[in-house]
Structures are given as C-alpha cells and as structure tokens.
Design a binder for this molecule. Structure first.
Ligand SMILES: *Cc1c(COP(=O)(O)O)cnc(C)c1O
Length: 482
C-alpha cells in the first residue's frame, strides 16, 4: 500500500507546479492580459463569428496535459473574440460592465491564498474586511449601525436575498399568501419577478403601480392602492422601488414612497443595482434622497464601481432580519460557530463556502482611493446628458425623457415607412459594425434604442464615435429604403 501511495503522490504532485513552471505559465497568462489591455481601445465592442466559440468543443478535456500556448489560443478564438466585449468602453448597451485591473489582482491573491471568507472563526480578517466594506456601503446609503449585508455574486442573487428576508421578517406563510400584496413598478428589473417566484411568493397579489411620464412610480397612486387593498381585507406586505431602472434609468420618488411604507408598516425594498453608486456624486445623493428609509437595498459594484463581473451587494437595515432567514446549526460546525461581534457571511446568506469577494473590492478602493470613482461616475452622468443634447441635433432623431442617470432612450423617425422596422435595422447595422454596442427596448409599445453609459472606459470620444456611426448608418439606410 505504501508503495502505491508514494506512486500516486508522485503523480498528484503535478498539481503543484514548481516556481520555474509557474513563472513560465504565469508570464504567458500575464502577456495575454497585457495584449488584451494594450488593444482594448481598438477592440470591437461586439463581434459576430460563424461558429460562436464552438471550436472549444473540438478540444475536449483529456487525460494528458496540454501546453499553455495552445490553451490560450483556444481561449482567445472561442471565448474572447466572439460576442460582446464587456471590457470595452464601446459597450453602451444593457447596463455596461467594468473590469478595473486591481480587482483582477485582488481575485488573483484571493485565489492563491484561498482564505475561507464564509466564517469568522476560519478567517477573521477576511470576514472583517467584507463586513467593513458592507459597513462602508451602508454608510453611503445612510443606514444605521444595526445594518448588515452580504457580498453576493450579483444583483439578482442580492435581490433574492432581500426578498426572502422580507418574507421571513413579515412572517408570510403559505396559508396567507393569496391575501398578501406586493407593490412594484412595471419597470422593475426582471430578476425581481424571478426572485418573487423563487421565494415562493408568486401567488401573492402583485400590483403594478401606475407610473408618470418619466417611468417613475406615482406615490399617490401607490397609497390609494394600499388603502383599497386594506379595505378589501388583503394584507399589503412589500413595496419594491428602483433607484435607476434598466430601461430608462428612472429613479422612483424614494422619499415619498418611504414615508408611505413607514406609515403603512410595509417592507420597503429598493433595487439600486444599477444606480446605487451614483450616491458617490452630489447629484446622485440628492436625487436618491430617501433611500435610507428603505429596509433593504441592492447595489452592484460590478456595475457602478466598475468591477469585473461577480459582485452584487444586499444591505438590510436590521441585521436580525437578514440573520433570521439565513441562520443555521449543524453538528459538524460546532467549532466554527462561536458568538462574535462580527457576523459571518454564512449566517447572513445562503452560501457556506464562498469566494473571498471582498478582496476584489477592497484592493482597488485602497489603491485608487475614492476620488477617481467619484469623477468617473460624474463623467458618466454628463456623458449621457451630452449624448441627449447631441443626438437631437441630428435630424430625424426623437428622444425619450431627459436622463436622470446615465441611460438615454431615443429612436429615429424615418422619412417614410415604419419607425419600428427602421430602428430594428439601425441597431442591427450598429451591432454588425461592432465598434460600439447599443441595445434596445420597447417603450409605450415602440421599438426604442438605448444608450447606457457606465463603463469606466467610456469617454467623450466614445460618445462621439457612436453619434458618427448612428448618423452614417441612418444615411445608408435612408438611401436603401425603396
Ligand atoms: C443589472 C440589474 C439587476 C441584476 O443584477 P445582476 O448583477 O445582473 O444579477 C437588477 N436590477 C437592476 C436595476 C439592474 O440594473
């Protein structure tokens, strides 16, 4: 047996490459990253390819190792070329992504040391770091010291956590679900509907609150709905508002809604996945006044703090509410569960073993300080306003409401023919070109183009490029029209 163990050990040791081998592989990987960053300004924001990455399937996982050069080649051709390039400043669709460099180094170190960030006993420092970052964000929102939160993988999971927390805090049981009412905006992100379903709340009464012409909740209409539901013997339970909707970037009147929620004793959740970090600007702070009245809020550092994908945050005003739904006990955890002042992520989220996500946020915040983040956010707000003005100077373009944050909606009204069909062709032409990427939505039944500025790499040059491309493509399409 001993011989066998030693023989296996020899092979297993291949999993621990020596320093020479590490250097060799690391240099290639670093070079790959450097090549990408060197070219980022010229790289397209979208690339259509014939096989859409299917080349990966021609290279199955094998028993024998392969070399780093060929492996990176596979990655480049099949993953990093086809489709959307979220790291590009030309990504102006959906809600753009980020990818600040120091986050990548944070992930690198988190993966090398592999600290166990789920439980205070296992890694008090990692848990303290995450709690400190959560505290920092709770301060930005204006939550009291009773608040807690969790670093989740993204906004969808963070919203789910908040909704499950609300359900438990208000003791919603299946027997009274059909009388329980949730109020939200038809502009709420689809992950909210998904979370309601996953949380088992699908059979609640779901009320869509009327919106004003800028797609914001009308507080008086909300209050009237609640009153009527109360009178009808239903149980109003939760209001979900948005601080930055995905379609148009609308910020609901957070303070007025907060007062209604408080007087009616409803759970008040705000989805600020997109808009939340604009609180780092003076303008955003005044626009989102009242956000502190909420019981829970979600923000996405992988949007508004320009981090690479993989970080959304849920904040809950009352730590006990978050803990009530996520607490657990298990015999095999008896050494790890000691009482401390520092709550552990495992007690406040569905996860146990988790990625040490704090480091990818902490490192860039430490190395950059807040100054460039605030400036970049303010720049994005102004770029959206700049585009809103400039697009109206190109004949034929009509715009939606003035941007509250960094989303602008607009469409071209062709000289003749169906505007919806024309704008569909226009967006296809822009996407085929690929220099910049824009997306679309349906507003009031109309096919509408959207500009969303949130990449830290988007600057005035990018917006001018988009304006030029739109002008050119419109001219080409107008000529082609019969
Ligand atoms: C992006 C977004 C979400 C979903 O967050 P993910 O991080 O993509 O899971 C939820 N709500 C709003 C308003 C968003 O912009």
């Amino acid at each position: 047996m001993k011989d066998k163990i030693l023989a296996l050990e020899k092979i297993a040791l291949l999993l621990e490459p020596g320093d020479k081998k590490r250097l060799e592989v690391r240099e290639k990987v670093i070079q790959y990253g450097e090549d990408f960053l060197d070219e980022i300004e010229e790289l397209k924001a979208y690339i259509f390819t014939e096989d859409k990455g299917a080349g990966l399937l021609e290279s199955p996982i094998k028993e024998e190792p392969e070399n780093i050069e060929q492996t990176l080649e596979l990655l480049l051709n099949n993953v990093d070329i086809p489709g959307l390039n979220p790291a590009s400043g030309g990504h102006l669709g959906y809600i753009p992504g980020g990818g600040i460099y120091y986050s990548a180094l944070g992930d690198y170190l988190a993966d090398i040391t592999n600290r166990y960030a789920g439980i205070f006993f296992a890694s008090p420092g990692a848990v303290r770091m995450e709690n400190m970052l959560i505290r920092w964000m709770a301060d930005i929102v204006g939550y009291p010291s009773t608040a807690a939160g969790n670093l989740a993988s993204g906004g969808s999971i963070a919203n789910l956590s908040a909704i499950v927390t609300a359900r438990e805090a208000h003791n919603i049981k299946s027997k009274n679900i059909e009388k329980t009412v949730i109020y939200l905006s038809s502009q709420a992100h689809h992950c909210i509907d998904k979370a309601i379903r996953i949380a088992g709340l699908q059979e609640c009464v779901i009320r869509y609150i009327p919106l004003d012409s800028n797609y914001r909740i009308i507080p008086e209409a909300l209050e009237k709905m609640i009153r009527e539901d109360d009178t009808a013997g239903l149980s109003p339970f939760m209001i979900i508002a948005s601080a930055g909707t995905t379609d148009v970037g609308a910020v609901d009147p957070l303070e007025e809604i907060g007062k209604i929620a408080r007087s009616r004793k409803l759970w008040y959740h705000i989805d600020a996945a997109y808009g939340g970090f604009f609180l780092l600007t003076d303008y955003g702070k005044s626009l989102m006044k009242g956000i502190e009245l909420s019981d829970s809020v979600v923000m996405d550092p992988h949007k508004g703090l320009f981090l690479p994908y993989g970080l959304g945050v849920v904040l809950v005003k009352d730590v006990h509410a978050l803990n009530k739904v996520h607490q657990y006990q298990a015999n095999y955890m008896q050494d790890a569960l000691e009482f401390t002042d520092e709550p552990s992520p495992a007690e406040l989220s569905p996860e146990l073993t988790k990625h040490f996500r704090g480091l990818r946020l902490w490192l860039p915040l430490k190395l950059h300080g807040l100054i460039p983040f605030r400036a970049a956010l303010e720049e994005k707000l102004l770029l959206a306003r700049y585009f809103y003005e400039e697009i109206q100077k190109i004949q034929g373009f009509a715009v939606g409401p003035p941007p509250e944050l960094s989303v602008v909606t607009y469409r071209y009204i062709p000289k003749k023919g169906d505007p919806d069909a024309f704008n569909k062709k226009l967006i296809e032409a822009v996407q085929q070109d690929g220099t910049v990427f824009i997306s679309s939505t349906i507003l009031n039944g109309h096919f509408t183009l959207r500009l969303a500025v949130l990449s830290f790499r988007t600057h005035i040059k990018t917006i001018n490029t988009l304006l030029e491309i739109l002008k050119l493509k419109v001219e080409e399409l107008e000529v082609m029209e019969p």
